[in-house]
Ligand binder design. Sequence first.
Ligand SMILES: [Zn+2]
Length: 91
Amino acid sequence: MIPFRVGFGYDVHPLRENIPFALGGLIIPHEKGALGHSDADTLIHALCDALLGAANLGDIGIHFPDTSPEYKGIDSKILLQKTMAMVRKQG
Ligand SMILES: [Zn+2]
C-alpha cells in the first residue's frame, strides 16, 4: 500500500470593484477582484491550506497572518512556494 495523506482547504474573500482578480496565480480580467491582505488568490490559499493540513502543519493563517506587514499585498505564488518548502521539510 502506498502511504498518502489527504488535506482539505477552502478560502473566501469579498469581491470589490477596481482591484485585480487573482485566481490560481493568474490575473483574471473582471470588474471586481478579491479583497484581502495579500493578493487574495482564493485558489492558491485553499491549496496552501490543503497542503498544510495534509502535512499536519496547521493552516495558512498560522503561517502567513493577515496582521503581518511582511505579507501585505504579497503574491500568493510566494506563499505557495513557502508552503511547499514547509511540506517538503515535514517529509
Ligand atoms: Zn485567502
